[in-house]
Design a protein around this ligand. Structure first.
Ligand code: XIL
Length: 328
C-alpha cells in the first residue's frame, strides 16, 4: 500500500478529491492529486451557475480544462452536479416556470452530451430531500419540484442515461450520515424515495453520501446508519462517499489533539461504511486544509483555521491521511 488510490484499488474502489482550476497552479498540490487520486470532482466548474454565469451562451471552458486535465492523466471524472437547487443561475430566478423547465432540461442535455464518454459518474440530482420543508415524501421545495412535479428525479435520470448510457448515475445527498432524529427521518425518506424511483424504472445505480462530518458529533458506531446502508445494498445500489471532510469546530485548539480526533473520525466512519455498503468510490472535499470550504461554512469559535482534510497547507500528510489509507 502506498498512495491512497492504489490502496483503494486493491478493493476495486476509486479514491479522489474535489478540486478547482486554480489548484492546478500549485505544483505540489497537483502532484499530490496525481499521486493519490484515481477520480476527481470539479468543485465548482460543472455547476449550472458556473457554466451559465450570465444570460446567453453557456461557458464550458473551465469545466473543459478540468476534464481534459483528468483525461490526460487517466483520472476518472465525477460530474458534480446537474440539478441542484443551490446552483441555479441567477437570471432564471425571475423567469416563468415554463422557462425554468426548458432551461433545466436544456442544461442537463447539453452538459451530459458534451462530456459523454469522459465522465465516469454524474451527481444527477443533488440534495433532493429536506424533511423540514414539511412534505410527507420529504422532497425539498425547489424550482425543479415546482416545474416538473415529484417526477423530476425520474426525468433527470432518464434523460442522463439516454445521453450517456455508460455513466454511473448518482443521487447525491447530505445529512444521511448524521446521528440526529432529523437524519433518521431523512434516511427513511431516502429509502422510500429510492423504492418509488425503482418502481418507476429510474436508472439510479448509486447513492452518493456527501459525508461532511463533524468530529466529536459523529458517533463511532452508528446502528441506524448501518441498518440504512444494509437496506441500500439490499436494493442493489452501490454507494459513493462523495464529499468527505471532518469539521473540527468542536475540537480543542491544540493541533495534535485536533488532528488525532479528525483522523479517528475518518477511520471509524470509513470502516463502518465499508462494512455495510458496496462502496465504489471515496472522495474528499479538497485535499489540503487551506482549500477547505469549512472556514466559511463552519468557522471555529476560537478563530483558528479548520484542519478537516488529509494534507496540511504545505501538502504534508496528516494523521487523517494515514487513517484513510488504513481504512481503504
Ligand atoms: C460548495 C463549495 O465547496 C463552496 O466553495 C461553494 O461556495 C458552495 O458549494 N455540498 C455540495 C457541494 O454538494 O457542491 C458544496 O460545495 C458543499 C456542500
Amino acid at each position: 500500500k502506498s498512495s491512497l488510490s492504489s490502496a483503494a484499488a486493491q478493493n476495486r474502489v476509486l479514491f479522489g478529491t474535489a478540486f478547482c482550476t486554480s489548484d492546478l497552479l500549485s505544483q505540489p498540490l497537483t502532484r499530490a492529486i496525481l499521486y493519490n487520486c484515481s477520480v476527481v470532482t470539479p468543485e465548482y466548474e460543472l455547476k449550472w451557475d458556473a457554466i451559465c454565469r450570465e444570460h446567453g451562451l453557456p461557458e464550458y471552458s473551465a469545466a473543459d480544462e478540468l476534464v481534459s486535465f483528468a483525461s490526460r492523466n487517466a483520472l476518472a471524472v465525477h460530474g458534480h452536479t446537474l440539478w441542484w437547487h443551490e446552483s441555479i443561475p441567477a437570471f432564471l430566478q425571475a423567469g416563468t416556470v415554463d422557462q425554468f423547465r426548458d432551461a433545466a432540461l436544456n442544461h442537463l442535455k447539453t452538459t451530459v452530451t458534451r462530456y459523454a464518454g469522459q465522465v465516469h459518474s454524474w451527481d444527477v440530482v443533488n440534495e433532493p430531500l429536506e424533511p423540514a420543508d414539511g412534505r410527507t415524501d420529504g422532497l425539498r421545495l425547489t424550482p425543479f419540484l415546482a416545474a416538473f412535479g415529484p417526477d423530476y428525479i425520474a426525468t433527470a435520470f432518464h434523460q442522463a442515461s439516454l445521453l450517456d448510457p455508460k455513466a454511473i448515475l448518482v443521487l447525491n445527498e447530505m445529512g444521511l450520515e448524521y446521528a440526529s432524529p432529523a437524519a433518521e427521518r431523512k434516511r427513511r425518506q431516502m429509502l422510500a424515495l429510492l423504492e418509488r424511483e425503482k418502481a418507476k424504472g429510474s436508472p439510479i445505480s448509486c447513492l452518493g453520501i456527501q459525508s461532511h462530518l463533524t468530529a466529536l458529533e459523529q458517533p463511532r458506531d452508528h446502528p441506524e446508519l448501518r441498518a440504512f446502508l444494509r437496506e441500500i445494498r439490499a436494493m442493489g445500489l452501490s454507494v459513493m462517499i462523495t464529499e468527505m471532510d471532518v469539521s473540527d469546530h468542536l475540537c480543542p485548539r491544540d493541533r495534535r489533539r485536533r488532528d488525532a480526533i479528525v483522523a479517528e473520525t475518518y477511520r471509524s466512519y470509513l470502516d463502518l461504511v465499508f462494512e455495510e455498503a458496496e462502496v465504489i468510490a471515496v472522495s474528499t472535499w479538497g485535499l489540503t486544509d487551506d482549500r477547505t470550504w469549512l472556514n466559511g461554512f463552519r468557522p471555529r469559535p476560537d478563530g483558528a483555521r479548520q484542519r478537516p482534510l488529509l494534507f496540511d497547507r504545505a501538502v504534508r500528510r496528516k494523521p487523517a491521511w494515514h487513517a484513510v489509507q488504513d481504512a481503504l
